[in-house]
Design a protein around this ligand. Structure first.
Ligand code: ZN
Length: 444
C-alpha cells in the first residue's frame, strides 16, 4: 500500500500498489482514417445500414498451413467450433471485399496520412512498406487474414509518469463489422472491411492505470490533430494488454471509450490478483479436477426448469468433481464476475448450455438429494486425463500460476518477443529482443 494519503484519495488506486504487483501494460490503438477510398480497392469508406445490403453469401473457416508449414493454433482452436459466417455486400462494395478478386493498389491518401502520424509520434518510417498477412480466425475478414504494412517504428509519447515508447505503426485494412449472432455463427457487414486503419502499438512501458489512460489520450489527440481520421463511435478502438508479475498476460480487446481505460486496467489487475490467490489456496488444498461423467439419469424427474427443458431437447447432464475448490468457484473476481462465470463462459463456448457449481447449490430447482446422488457418482480422488473436456481444462488451469484467461489473445509463438505484446505473424520478431520484463505468459 502506498503511504501517500493524498495520492490515494485522488487517484482511486488505493486498493493495490501497482509497482509492488509488477503491473506491466501496453496499448494497441486502432484508428480508422477518413480517406476517399479503401486501402486496397476504389470503394468509398462510407458505412451502410445492413438493410441496404443487396446480396449475401456465406463462408466457413478451415485452417491451412502457412508458408512455413505451420498451423496457427488459434485458427485450429476456432475451427473446432462449427460456425458459419454470413457476409452482407452492398452497391458500395466490390469483389475485393468478397475475396473474389485480388487486392488492387495501396491507397495513396492513406499512406500520406499514415506517414504524417508517424512523424507526430516521433517514429522512424521504413524505407519500403510491404504488405503482410495477419491470420484472422473469427470470420471478420473474408480472406481469413488481415493485410497490414509496417510504416514506422521506435517513437515515444510523454506522460506525467514518464515516456512511453511507441513500438510500431502499422497501416492495415479494417475488419468487417459484426452485425448479428445467428443460430449457426455470425453475420458480418462488408461496408467497413478495407477501410484504412492505423494501428499504433506502445512498448510495455505503462505502470499504472492512470498512465494507461493518459497515454491513450495523448495518442488520440495526435491522431485527431491530422484532421484526417474518422470520428464517432467505433472509429477508434484500443486493445489493452495487462499483466502482473504472477499473473498471465491478458489482452482486453476493443475498448471504445478512453474514459474506461484506467478502470479496465484496475479491474484486470484485481481479477488476476484474485486468480493468483485462488491458485495459492488450491495448491494448499492439493486440489484436483476429476473426469467429466454423464449423470443425466439422476435428473430424470428433476424440478429444475433449466435442466428439464434441456433434457426435453435431447440434452445431457454431465458433472465433474473439482476437489478442493469448495467456496472458491463462487469467489468474486470482479463485480458480477466469479470464477464460476469464467468456467461457464469457457464451457459455453465449447457447446455446453451452462454450468451449475455446488457453491451455488442447492438452488434453481436442484435439490440436496440430487446433489448427493451426483457426488456419489464422482470418485473422490480422480484426476483428469490429458484428453479432457473444455471445462476440465479450464478448471485445471486454475491450479496453475499464472492463471490464464479465456479471452486471452493467442500466446506469442516466437519466444523472443517481450511481454505484454506477443508477436503475431505480421510482426517482425527480432533475432534478440529486449529481455522480457516478466516470465513468459501462459495460455491454455
Ligand atoms: Zn471494394
Amino acid at each position: 500500500m502506498s503511504t501517500d494519503a493524498d495520492a490515494l484519495a485522488t487517484s482511486g488506486d488505493a486498493e493495490y500498489d501497482y509497482e509492488q504487483l509488477g503491473l506491466v501494460a501496453g496499448l494497441e490503438i486502432h484508428q480508422q482514417l477518413d480517406t476517399e477510398t479503401k486501402l486496397f480497392c476504389g470503394c468509398p469508406t462510407e458505412l451502410r445500414e445492413p438493410e441496404a445490403a443487396d446480396r449475401r453469401f456465406n463462408r466457413r473457416l478451415h485452417p491451412t498451413r502457412s508458408e512455413l508449414g505451420e498451423l496457427d493454433e488459434a485458427a485450429v482452436e476456432e475451427s473446432r467450433v462449427d460456425r458459419e459466417f454470413v457476409y452482407l455486400a452492398y452497391d458500395t462494395t466490390c469483389l475485393v471485399e468478397e475475396d473474389d478478386e485480388p487486392p488492387r493498389r495501396v491507397d495513396e491518401e492513406a499512406l500520406t496520412v499514415g506517414l504524417e502520424i508517424a512523424e507526430l509520434l516521433g517514429t522512424t518510417p521504413v524505407d519500403r512498406a510491404h504488405v503482410m498477412r495477419k491470420i484472422v480466425v473469427d470470420g471478420s475478414n473474408t480472406t481469413g487474414f488481415q493485410r497490414t504494412m509496417l510504416l514506422a517504428s521506435n517513437g515515444v509519447v510523454e506522460t506525467g509518469e514518464g515516456p512511453v515508447g511507441i513500438e510500431d505503426l502499422m497501416l492495415e485494412e479494417e475488419s468487417a463489422q459484426r452485425v448479428a449472432e445467428t443460430d449457426h455463427g455470425v453475420r458480418y457487414s462488408l461496408d467497413r472491411l478495407g477501410v484504412p486503419l492505423v494501428e499504433i502499438g506502445t512498448d510495455p512501458d505503462i505502470r499504472s492505470p492512470v498512465q494507461a489512460r493518459e497515454t491513450a489520450e495523448r495518442i488520440g489527440m495526435l491522431l485527431r490533430s491530422t484532421g484526417s481520421v474518422k470520428r464517432g463511435l467505433g472509429t477508434i478502438r484500443q486493445d489493452v494488454n495487462v499483466s502482473i508479475a504472477e499473473g498471465a498476460r491478458v489482452e482486453i480487446k476493443g475498448v471504445q471509450s478512453l474514459d474506461d481505460i484506467d478502470d479496465i486496467v484496475r479491474n484486470e489487475v484485481r481479477r488476476q490478483a484474485t486468480l493468483v490467490e485462488i491458485a495459492d489456496r488450491l495448491e494448499e488444498r492439493d486440489a484436483a479436477v476429476g473426469e467429466l461423467r454423464e449423470v443425466t439419469e439422476l435428473f430424470a424427474g428433476t424440478d429444475s426448469a433449466v435442466i428439464e427443458s434441456a433434457l426435453a431437447e435431447g440434452g445431457t447432464v454431465r458433472a465433474v468433481r473439482l476437489a478442493g475448490f469448495d467456496g472458491l468457484v463462487g469467489r468474486e473476481l470482479l463485480p458480477d464476475r466469479r470464477l464460476g462465470t469464467e468456467l461457464a463462459d469457457h464451457a459455453k463456448r465449447h457447446g455446453a448450455g451452462g454450468i451449475f457449481h455446488t457453491d451455488e447449490l442447492p438452488a434453481y430447482g436442484i435439490t440436496e438429494g440430487e446433489l448427493a446422488a451426483v457426488r456419489e457418482q464422482l470418485p473422490p480422488d480422480e484426476r483428469s486425463r490429458p484428453s479432457s473436456s473444455a471445462l476440465e481444462r479450464r478448471s485445471t488451469a486454475c491450479l496453475r500460476r499464472p492463471a490464464a484467461r479465456t479471452r486471452t489473445a493467442p500466446p506469442s509463438t516466437c519466444g523472443r518477443c517481450p511481454a505484454p505484446r506477443g508477436c503475431t505473424p505480421r510482426r517482425t520478431c527480432p533475432p534478440s529482443s529486449p529481455t522480457p520484463r516478466q516470465s513468459r505468459p501462459r495460455s491454455f
